[in-house]
Design a protein around this ligand. Structure first.
Ligand SMILES: [Zn+2]
Length: 272
């Protein structure tokens, strides 16, 4: 009797254990299904997001790119401006500081992009003070990086490009172009592609190796860290290097640099 009772109890315990096991399997299965569905939804929505970005190119009969459609917007940010001349050097002469070079190349990039059907917005397209730019405590018109980042974030461009010239008075032999981005930023993955495509075009144009710098959050420029669009900052050359500075004063160098940067930007838009 006792033995039979024990056997019955063991069977009941086993049934109960298997019921629990079934419950656990059902819960685990449910959780796995939820995770899988979430992953699928994320993958699909990421791809759909890609589809809303500009992807279409217009070619002429010779197969040359003549324009792009899809309404892309690029924000060009000429470094410094207004009452902020940026860096200066004896090699640039009296009338020119970094501000003038950044501004001139930016306008050239803008004009090329517009020709190809890209919408262009600029953090500033004049150096004459207006209501748009806040005055600082000294009454000077200076656009700080926070204002630039806010401007870009409000307008949600597809790409943000800031143009500057570098300065390294400690060693006048340092020269060349450097492109900065931060791959860990919100649009950082795309920014690294925009940076390398622009670098490729500048290398082609100037037959010179361009240094790409993936910045860490501690060292990154404010604009490439705080703008949600893919953002890069190009230091086009060193005004403290005699040859770079001499080149930067020429129309030929500025147009070549603008052509290369615009080509890099257009390639980036097409490759989304
Ligand atoms: Zn600068």
């Amino acid at each position: 009797m006792i033995e039979k009772q024990e056997t019955k109890d063991t069977v009941r315990a086993l049934i109960a254990r298997y019921r629990n096991l079934n419950l656990i399997i059902a819960i685990a299965g449910g959780l796995i299904a939820i995770v899988l569905i979430t992953v699928i939804v994320i993958v699909i929505s990421t791809n759909l997001k890609g589809d809303t970005l500009p992807v279409n190119a217009v070619y002429d009969d010779g197969g040359h790119l003549t324009g792009i459609i899809g309404d892309p917007t690029v924000c060009i940010d000429p470094g410094h401006g207004y009452d902020d001349p940026g860096a200066d050097s004896d090699f640039l002469g009296e009338d020119t500081a970094e501000r003038e070079i950044n501004f001139d190349v930016s306008l050239r990039v803008r004009d090329i992009l517009i020709e190809y059907g890209v919408n262009v917005i600029m953090t500033h397209d004049t150096n004459i003070p207006d209501d748009k730019i806040p005055q600082n405590e000294d009454g000077k018109y200076v656009i700080d990086p926070v204002w630039r980042a806010d401007f870009a974030n409000k307008n949600s461009p597809d790409i943000f490009v800031s143009l500057h010239c570098d300065s390294f008075p400690q060693d006048s032999s340092v020269s060349g172009t450097r492109i900065y981005y931060m791959s860990s930023a919100e649009g950082g993955k795309e920014a690294s592609r925009v940076a390398s495509l622009c670098a490729g075009k500048i290398e082609e144009a100037f037959e010179d190796e361009i240094k790409l710098r993936n910045m860490s959050p501690n060292d990154a420029y404010y604009v490439i860290k705080n703008i949600s669009a893919p953002s890069i900052l190009i230091e086009m050359g060193f005004i403290t290097n005699e040859e770079d500075a001499r080149n930067m004063l020429t129309d030929n160098w500025r147009q070549k640099m603008a052509d290369a940067i615009a080509a890099g930007i257009i390639n980036s838009l097409l490759k989304y």
